[in-house]
Design a protein around this ligand. Structure first.
Ligand code: HEC
Length: 262
């Protein structure tokens, strides 16, 4: 429309009653201004996603906050709370026997598991099992002799024959570590039910005795005859590691068992 049109005889209603210009301006001013860049309202979908995340997150926290008690946040398996210098007693000590076996498992995993496997099953025909092995669950003296000296030649384990070689481990493990490994394999994989009562745990003193008396290079099964008995030394409780039974003194001669004398 050109301005001259407003002078023509036929006017539109608008031309006569209202000022088009102000009418348009006021209409435009009622609208929201065009968003400038960086200032746009967030898209609806983003708001919905954020809202959804908030609801799910809150629901998760609500369900898993353990009543917001302190305990539920400080427990991490395998994490030992460091002792507080002031003497505040936070330390939750594991029983000595449990620590002993855990150390034994470490040695076992580092050295023995390569052949005898983590589950003690060995590898049929190649590496004999330690689970359900009469050499492991029998007397501690023959077991110590095998691990200290290694063993070669034919050996029957759990009804299966092997004819191979295991190198000595006497230089790889000190008395304590050897005792821990022996304890671990005697107490694992169902072996604990087969060892004689109270003879599952092996002490460093026992191993020291075996080390001092049985240095046998190239040891074979025949060397073990007569040694299917427990090493001298006080038996210890599997949980407290305190000496038990008969008041046997450390290093005491407790090998009066008739078995093995023949
Ligand atoms: C390199 C492989 C290898 C490693 C590592 C090894 N062994 Fe053996 N072990 C053998 C073999 C092979 C025999 C059987 C030897 C034979 O035929 O006379 C054997 C036999 C044994 C036996 C007697 C048989 C039985 O199965 O009960 C015991 C006990 C034993 N090992 C314990 C251990 C312990 C404990 C360790 C770790 C300190 C260990 N072995 C590490 C290969 C290994």
């Amino acid at each position: 429309m050109s301005p001259s049109d407003s002078n023509s005889p036929v006017h539109s209603d608008y031309d006569e009653k209202v000022n088009i210009l102000t009418e348009h301006v006021s209409a435009a001013s009622r609208e929201k201004p065009d968003p400038t860049e960086g200032n746009e309202p967030p898209p609806l979908i983003a708001i919905m996603i954020a809202g959804f995340a908030l609801i799910v997150g809150a629901g998760y926290l609500g369900g898993t906050n353990g009543g917001l008690s302190n305990d539920s946040f400080t427990f991490v398996e395998g994490y030992d709370v460091p002792p507080v210098p002031g003497g505040g007693v936070i330390e939750e000590q594991k029983p000595p026997g449990e620590i002993w076996l855990a150390e034994g498992k470490k040695q076992y995993s580092a050295i023995c598991a390569a052949c005898h496997q983590g589950n003690g099953q060995g590898q049929t025909g190649v590496y004999p099992p330690l689970a359900n092995s009469e050499w492991v669950t029998g007397g501690t003296e023959q077991l110590a002799m095998i691990i200290l000296n290694g063993i070669q030649g034919p050996i029957t384990v759990d009804g299966q024959s092997y004819n191979s070689l295991m190198t000595p481990w006497k230089d790889a493990l000190n008395d304590k570590q050897m005792a821990q490994v022996m304890s671990y394999i005697r107490m694992s994989w169902g072996n604990a039910e087969q060892v004689a009562e109270n003879s599952g745990m092996v002490t460093a003193e026992m191993v020291a005795h075996a080390r001092a008396t049985h240095d046998i290079p190239g040891m074979k099964v025949s060397h073990l005859e007569g040694f299917d008995k427990d090493l001298p030394g006080a038996k210890v409780d599997p949980i407290t590691m305190e000496p038990i039974g008969g008041g046997a003194a450390e290093g005491g001669a407790t090998d009066e068992e008739p078995a093995g004398e023949e």
